[in-house]
Ligand binder design. Sequence first.
Ligand SMILES: NC(=O)C1=CN([C@@H]2O[C@H](COP(=O)(O)OP(=O)(O)OC[C@H]3O[C@@H](n4cnc5c(N)ncnc54)[C@H](OP(=O)(O)O)[C@@H]3O)[C@@H](O)[C@H]2O)C=CC1
Ligand SMILES: CC(C)=CCC[C@@H](C)[C@H]1CC=C2C3=C(CC[C@@]21C)[C@@]1(C)CC[C@H](O)C(C)(C)[C@@H]1CC3
Length: 437
Amino acid sequence: MSSSKKSPGSELNPRTTSYEFLGPPGALFVTLTVPIVIYALYFGCSEANGCRPDLSTIPDQVVASVTNPNWWKSLWDTEAFLMYLAWYAFCVVAWAVLPGDRVEGTTLRTGEKKTYKINGFATLLLALGLACGTIYRYGPQSFTFFYENWVGFVTASIVMSVAQALFCYAMSFQEGKLLALGGNSGNFIYDFFIGRELNPSIGSLDLKSFNELRPGLILWALIDISMMCEQATRRGGVDKVTDSMWLVLAFQLWYIADALFNETAIFTTMDITTDGFGFMLAVGDLAWVPFTYSLQARYLAFKHVELGPVWTATIVIVNLTGYWIFRAANGEKNDFRNGKNPKNLKFFTTASGSKLLTSGWWGLSRHPNYLGDLIMAVAWSLPTGFDTPITYFYVTYFAVLLIHRQLRDDEKCHKKYGKDWETYQKLVPFRIIPYVY
Ligand SMILES: NC(=O)C1=CN([C@@H]2O[C@H](COP(=O)(O)OP(=O)(O)OC[C@H]3O[C@@H](n4cnc5c(N)ncnc54)[C@H](OP(=O)(O)O)[C@@H]3O)[C@@H](O)[C@H]2O)C=CC1
Ligand SMILES: CC(C)=CCC[C@@H](C)[C@H]1CC=C2C3=C(CC[C@@]21C)[C@@]1(C)CC[C@H](O)C(C)(C)[C@@H]1CC3
């Protein structure tokens, strides 16, 4: 920490009195549902069923697997678990040894600022370099292990998420910890899910930002590459990979590289400023992102969709439009929160002293960045064609997540800015999509 002003006591760590996610039952529901959905997307969208599961047989299949006392053994793979641990260790070692600037985050309730090491992009380049080197030297068939051992890797990442969430929950009871305002209800299920401590760390390694940007996000890139290799192996070479697979790979790698290139922009997001690090973020970062966001690439590994130039160009335009809105909006807010206003945008000064942009992208809606992200989500699913709705799961889930997130953020800002937030809502009436929502 860069300066010490107040040490966290009960006045800085008040009890959480209002619940989100419908309280402990909702938190328990999401805790159990997220791992189930990750497995269900794998079994429901498989090569065997062509990603068109026969819904009438699902109840019988579920009963048959759950009544088999050894069902859990089919989810466990020691080799995949060890490989996953090696991957996680690689990310930690890369963070420790690769050079990177030390950058301060936003000001915490204590008046302090945390310092973060910025070398996520270098870690991505190293991981991509090693993966591409392996594929170049030994061929695409040497990099298909994620496709072949999918379930084992999913289980490994879920075990890691549970372990980290439990560890952080236990450590949050140590003296002097700054807690998340929303994660200190006293109810284990709820606080474990939301995250009790705001910024848990081991030494100078901040677990929340590390997990959000490195082991899960970079793994997503490697999984996509592995899916491309699976398709290349089946089709007889990387030069035979379909245009649809190249599009998904290019769009998602670009998104991941963008997040890591703009690593410091994460410090003004809700996850870092507001949420604790609990099971929600741990499983979201480590399991959900790599194994559900790569669904389109996994589908294309076994279903070889050819788009042709017109569809390809159309989808590229959709993705570029989304990316332009997403990057410009996040850039405007991030610059502004770091005391810069290069476009001379209009703003509104609240009684708290904090300012809110009212022109540029942030004058069009209260979350223009969500709109750009959603448009990109559509562009990532379109290359899979229209044979199955399951590859559009990401678009549907993401729309629900962003609408819910917007509601949570509105509530947070209302608490923070009071009447000024209502004035701001009148100045910028649309929530996400200008003139629509
Ligand atoms: N791919 C994925 O799965 C996901 C991607 N995302 C992306 O992450 C990015 C960050 O999202 P998120 O953290 O939810 O939200 P935002 O980046 O929109 O941050 C919200 C915060 O910005 C500040 N703010 C709100 N309005 C203004 C304004 N007019 N001017 C200046 N500051 C303002 C407020 O904080 P304060 O005033 O306190 O500074 C508010 O709490 C988005 O691009 C989103 O699309 C998010 C979730 C999942
Ligand atoms: C279902 C479930 C458990 C959901 C938890 C939500 C998480 C999956 C998402 C919460 C916020 C996220 C962000 C990104 C990935 C998804 C999660 C972790 C993000 C890292 C993706 C890349 C972007 O450029 C980003 C850095 C802006 C973004 C930050 C928020």
